[in-house]
Write a new protein. Structure first.
Ligand SMILES: Cc1cc2nc3c(=O)[nH]c(=O)nc-3n(C[C@H](O)[C@H](O)[C@H](O)COP(=O)(O)OP(=O)(O)OC[C@H]3O[C@@H](n4cnc5c(N)ncnc54)[C@H](O)[C@@H]3O)c2cc1C
Length: 457
């Protein structure tokens, strides 16, 4: 691996969070941005529905309430407030970066709606908003002369002196070559945990590595049992990643039907409520899916807004214009993660965590649709600015101690390292669920039931 021995800042993960962090880090610092697989194998590229924004001041209270209600009021209100307050600035950043959101004939931005939202406040680009955003950010990052980008390079561990973070252990995924690279700051932006589930909408390579590494080093984590199940993924007997059918199709009028062709729930309730209703219906009918009917939406609108969904359903043999498509819930998002504050700081000095890998409390128990791209971008930018404004090189003693006893051999076997980290995360999730059960019944039982159904891997 042709890497320096020392960078100023290392960013692990090149989704929306990692890319935006890199964009806002100081230009006079040497930055290394790594991702485990290809540059596009990040969930950010898969986001269909869109990205929320506080459209006008009068929507503040409703948007705040929608986010809190979806999160069962377990959200951190200050973090939610911070997200709302920063949302317009982030959209301006994206427009400046060249992101093309869908507009009407007069050039006005169009807004859609998803479950749990009381008004249309979601910007989108057809049904491929994430690709539009992430590829623009990626193109900008690749032009930065101070950022070295390495795909196929996994964060295998962090270097610490026991108290502070002083760099990262990086592993070439192809050759297994491993190297200790020192840095004044490390940002973890390693995404979610869908790869640990048999049925998930996430890329298989997203296995919670950042969370595992934090658990290993005693860095604080939160709500590891809070996993979001998306109600509608295209039902198939094939293996591999589940194809999501965005909630915005229900926002635009699609309805859920049981085997008898009857509606059985309010399609615009938050995700966990709709998921529970689908599971209940499947249990009642003894089936392994329900149906989603897009025919309530004018076909022109379906063609314009959801071209990828139309195409993918057709590939699986379903014509959304003439028949309902079979759908089933699957693991989708991780509300829990590495405990961080609104500046991305973790419990370990010089170690930051942003995006889906972190838990800053903004989503509470259940994420409101289209809040995660927004959250990833906002708190990654804030983390980058925090580092910029408080930059202090690591002390020599810290670096020396962190490097002592580094054993490259420990990381060479990628498969056993992955197994070890997956087991750490799973144990962390089980421990969090047991601790919550011990606290009292609450709503935990329902969430656990939903979680079990998708974690049969
Ligand atoms: C199908 C789908 C649709 C979605 N739709 C929406 C939507 O409409 N609106 C919305 O707001 N959100 C949506 N989301 C959620 C949203 O896309 C993600 O929560 C968000 O993009 C997370 O960004 P991230 O940068 O934290 O993670 P990701 O974009 O997943 O990036 C993670 C990065 O970490 C890297 N990585 C992982 N492990 C390692 C390691 N050990 N070493 C180095 N690199 C590593 C990966 O290679 C990747 O580059 C959707 C998610 C999915 C799966």
């Amino acid at each position: 691996m042709e890497l320096r021995n020392k960078y100023d800042i290392i960013v692990a993960g090149a989704g929306a969070a990692g890319l935006n962090a890199a964009l806002f880090l100081p230009r006079d610092k040497r930055i290394l941005l790594v991702c485990k697989e290809g540059p596009r194998q990040a969930d950010s590229y898969l986001a269909q529905g869109g990205i929320c924004v506080l459209r006008w001041d009068g929507d503040h209270d409703a948007y705040f309430e929608d986010t809190m209600r979806a999160g069962h009021y377990e959200n951190d209100p200050e973090t939610v407030e911070c997200m709302l307050r920063c949302s317009r600035e982030i959209i301006s950043d994206l427009l400046y970066a060249g992101v093309r959101f869908s507009r009407d004939g007069a050039g006005n931005l169009l807004y859609t709606r998803e479950g749990g939202h009381s008004v249309n406040r979601i910007l989108y680009r057809e049904d491929r908003t994430g690709r539009e955003i992430a590829s623009r950010l990626y193109a900008r990052v690749r032009k930065l002369p101070n950022v070295d980008f390495r795909s196929g390079t996994a964060l295998a561990d962090i270097l610490t002196d026991g108290e502070q973070c002083a760099g990262a252990v990086l592993r070439d995924v192809r050759t297994g070559e491993t190297k200790a690279v020192f840095a004044d700051y490390v940002i973890l932006a390693t995404g979610g945990i869908g790869g640990l589930f048999r049925f998930s909408t996430n890329f298989r390579g997203l296995t919670g590595d950042g969370v595992a590494i934090c658990l290993k080093h005693g860095v604080a984590v939160s709500d590891l049992d809070y996993v979001q199940i998306h109600p509608t993924t295209l039902y198939t007997k094939k293996r591999g990643r589940r194809f999501l059918i965005s909630e915005s199709v229900r926002g635009e009028g699609a309805v859920l039907l049981n085997g008898a062709g009857r509606r059985f729930t309010d399609e615009l309730m938050p995700r966990d409520v709709v998921t529970a209703a689908i599971y209940a219906e499947m249990e009642k009918e003894g089936g392994d899916h329900v149906w989603l009917d897009l025919r309530k939406i004018p076909s022109e609108a379906v063609r314009a807004h959801f071209p990828s969904i139309v195409r993918r359903c057709a590939e699986e043999g379903f014509d959304v214009f003439s028949e309902p498509v079979p759908v089933v819930p699957a693991q989708h998002y991780f509300m829990g993660g590495i405990r961080s504050d609104t500046d991305g700081r973790t419990s370990m000095p010089r170690l930051f965590a942003v995006g889906e890998a972190c838990c800053n409390g903004v989503h509470g128990k259940n994420r409101l649709a289209s809040n995660s791209l927004l959250e990833s971008l906002i708190f990654a930018k804030r983390a980058a600015l925090r580092i910029a404004n408080t930059y202090e090189p690591a002390e020599e003693q810290t670096v020396k101690r962190a490097g002592q006893g580094f054993d490259e051999g420990k990381y060479r076997d990628g498969k056993s390292l992955s197994r070890e980290y997956a087991a750490l995360v799973r144990r962390g999730m089980e421990a969090a669920a047991s601790a919550r059960k011990a606290e009292g019944p609450g709503e935990g039982g329902k969430a656990d039931k939903t979680q079990r159904k998708t974690s049969e891997k």
